[in-house]
Write a protein that binds this ligand. Structure first.
Ligand code: ADE
Ligand code: ZN
Length: 344
C-alpha cells in the first residue's frame, strides 16, 4: 500500500459537508424499504449501484430523493446516522458537521421531531460511545419556495439546541441565494450560523449572493469561483472556507476527470479549501477515498494533506479551545509521520 494512503487513513480528520441522506448505502436502503414496506424501483443492491450513473446535479437529486423515501421512523434516522458514524470511526474522522434535509421528509408527512430526534440521538451516542464530535446543519431545499423554507425554520425553533446552523442545498441553477434572504435574516436573528451551497453548478454571482446576502460563514462547493478574479481575491483575502467535494464533482460531471478538478489550483492560489464527501453512498467514497483521489491526481505531499485537515478544523463551528485541541492532534500526527524513525 503506498505511503500516502497510510498517512491519509491515520491523520485526524474533520468533515464539514456531508448530507446524511446521501450516506444511505444501498444495503441499508433495501433493509429499510423492507422494514417500512416502501417499494423501490430496483431488484437488487447491484441494480441500485448500476443506477448511480449521473449526468449532472439534477439527475442525481432525482435518485437521491427517491431513495430517501425508505426513511420513515425515528429509528430509521438513527440507524442511518449511526452507520455514517461507524464510517467516521473507521476513517478517523474526529469531528463532523452533517446536513439534513427536513423538507424531504416533512413533505411526506413525517414530523420534524422524528427526523431530528433520530439523527440527534445517534450523534449523541456517537459522542458518548465512539468519541466523535459533531454538529447538525439544517438545509433548506432551494427548489422549493422561500415560504416553505420559512415554515421549516419555524418548525426548527423548538429544536434549536440540536441545530448549529442552517444551509441551502438542492437544484442550484435558477434558485439564487437572494430568494432566501428573509429566511436567512430570520435564522441569523434567531442565533443560527449560516452556510450555503453556491458555485457548484451555479455561477460565481451565487457565491457573491451567499456571502453578501445570506452572510454565510462557509461556501459549500464554491468551485466556480475561479471564473471571477475579483471573487477569488475576496475569498483569499477574507479566507472564506470552501467545502470542496472532489468525488461528487466528478460523479456529477462538473469536471470530466479528477486531474481536471480545480482544487489544487485553488489551494495554490491561497483559497481556504477543505475536502469532503457530500453524498458518499452515491459518489463512490467517503472522506479517505476523496483524499486518495486528489492525492493521486495531484501528487499532494503530506504537508498539503495536513493543511487541508487544518483548514477543516479551523473552518468548523467548534469553539476555540476544541479547535486548538484538534489542530494539535493533526500537528502531532504530521510530525510523527515525518520523523525519521516513523519512515522506516
Ligand atoms: N443535496 C445533496 N447533495 C447535494 C449537492 N451536491 N448539491 C446540492 N444539493 C445536494
Ligand atoms: Zn452538498
Amino acid at each position: 500500500m503506498p505511503d500516502h494512503r497510510e498517512f491519509i487513513r491515520g491523520i485526524p480528520k474533520a468533515e464539514l459537508h456531508l448530507h446524511i441522506e446521501g450516506s444511505l448505502e444501498p444495503e441499508l436502503m433495501f433493509a429499510l424499504g423492507k422494514r417500512n414496506r416502501v417499494r423501490l424501483p430496483y431488484d437488487s443492491v447491484e441494480a441500485v449501484r448500476q443506477a448511480y450513473r449521473f449526468v449532472d446535479l439534477q439527475s442525481f437529486l432525482d435518485v437521491y430523493y427517491n431513495g430517501a423515501r425508505v426513511l420513515v421512523t425515528e429509528q430509521d434516522f438513527y440507524d442511518l446516522t449511526w452507520a455514517y458514524l461507524e464510517k467516521c470511526r473507521e476513517q478517523n474522522i474526529l469531528h463532523t458537521e452533517i446536513f439534513f434535509d427536513p423538507q424531504t421528509h416533512t413533505d411526506r408527512g413525517i414530523s420534524f421531531g422524528t427526523v431530528v430526534n433520530g439523527i440527534h440521538g445517534a450523534l449523541e451516542d456517537g459522542g458518548n460511545h465512539l468519541g466523535i464530535s459533531s454538529g447538525l446543519i439544517l438545509c433548506f431545499l432551494r427548489h422549493l419556495s422561500a415560504e416553505a423554507a420559512m415554515a421549516t425554520l419555524d418548525r426548527a425553533l423548538p429544536f434549536q439546541d440540536r441545530i448549529i446552523a442552517v444551509g441551502l442545498d438542492s437544484s442550484e441553477r435558477g434558485h439564487p441565494p437572494e430568494k432566501f434572504a428573509s429566511v436567512f435574516d430570520r435564522a441569523r436573528a434567531e442565533g443560527f450560523l449560516t452556510v450555503a451551497h453556491a458555485g457548484e453548478e451555479g455561477p460565481p454571482a451565487y457565491i457573491w449572493g451567499a456571502l453578501d446576502c445570506l452572510q454565510v460563514s462557509r461556501i459549500d462547493h464554491g468551485i466556480r469561483c475561479e471564473e471571477d478574479d475579483r471573487l477569488m481575491k475576496r475569498l483569499v483575502q477574507e479566507q472564506v472556507p470552501l467545502t470542496v467535494c472532489p468525488l461528487s464533482n466528478t460523479a456529477l460531471k462538473v469536471f470530466g476527470h479528477m486531474r481536471e478538478h480545480n482544487l489544487k489550483r485553488l489551494m495554490d492560489a491561497g483559497v481556504c479549501t477543505t475536502v469532503n464527501s457530500d453524498d458518499p453512498a452515491y459518489f463512490g467514497g467517503y472522506l479517505n477515498e476523496n483524499l486518495y483521489a486528489i492525492t493521486e491526481a495531484f501528487e499532494l505531499n503530506q504537508s498539503e494533506i495536513a493543511g487541508l485537515m487544518k483548514n477543516a478544523f479551523n473552518a468548523s463551528f467548534l469553539d476555540a479551545s476544541k479547535k486548538r485541541f484538534f489542530l494539535n492532534e493533526v500537528a502531532e500526527f504530521e510530525n510523527a509521520a515525518g520523523a525519521p524513525e516513523a519512515r522506516q
